[in-house]
Design a protein around this ligand. Structure first.
Ligand code: DX5
Ligand code: ZN
Length: 218
């Protein structure tokens, strides 16, 4: 199966005081999606931005939004984020009482559904949802902060999930997030990931086009 390789630029890594220019610039650099980390200070130890900010982002760009909800009990907020018209809404398995109900709710709004797992969560726990999720986000750091170091022990989970979705003959995206750079992207590609979130690496680069390009190189 030929996989689309996508780079999702994490807004958390940009200069938020200069959002419009940063979004234009990273689009010109070749980023495919805008990764939007919504944090509630409860599921993770950080608070970022939410629907009011993303509503403004939608107004100034046509880049597809890749919404990553790091919030407790995400079903409460699916309609709020679906109203923005994102490409995809991803929630955390660990944060939901009934993950299937969250997937179904996202689908009922005509939006792709992603499910994410933290580094300590096993493939067995997410397996029941691989038949219906459009994307699996394997966190390669503990969620909550940009600029952390990639955790190589997550690679085996990526390979296992790739094997399962290929066996199911599904073209599920396998996304990785946290500590992705020109070096770690290769390990994730070999393991079977095809969507690469990057914040500090691409926004911190002197040449952002080269940095995005380095994440797409085979
Ligand atoms: C962390 C967020 C990431 C973060 C990645 O919890 O989910 O999307 O912005 O940042 P980098 O690429 O700097 O690790
Ligand atoms: Zn994220």
């Amino acid at each position: 199966m030929i996989l689309d390789i996508l780079v999702s630029a994490s807004l958390l890594g940009c200069d938020l005081a200069n959002l419009e220019n940063e979004i234009d610039d990273i689009k010109r650099a070749g980023a495919d999606w805008l990764h939007c980390d919504v944090m509630d200070g409860a599921f993770v130890d950080n608070i970022s931005f939410g629907q009011p900010v993303l509503k403004c982002v939608m107004r100034i760009t046509d880049e597809p939004l890749d919404v990553h909800l790091m919030i407790q009990d995400p079903i409460r907020y699916i309609d709020t984020y679906a109203d923005l018209g994102p490409e995809i809404i991803t929630f955390h398995l660990e944060a939901a009482d009934d993950p299937q109900a969250v997937i179904d709710k996202i689908h009922s709004r005509g939006i792709k559904a992603g499910i994410s797992i933290k580094p300590e969560t096993t493939v067995a726990e997410v397996k029941p949802y691989l038949k219906s999720a459009d994307l699996v986000l394997v966190m390669t750091v503990n969620p909550g902060f940009g600029g952390q170091v990639f955790l190589p022990q997550t690679l085996d989970k990526i390979s296992e999930i790739r094997y399962i979705v290929d066996t199911l003959e599904r073209d599920t995206y396998i996304e990785v997030d946290g500590g992705i750079n020109a070096k770690t992207v290769k390990l994730c590609r070999q393991a079977g990931a095809n969507v690469f979130v990057s914040g500090s690496y691409i926004f911190g680069a002197d040449d952002r086009t080269a940095a995005v390009g380095s994440l797409k190189q085979i």
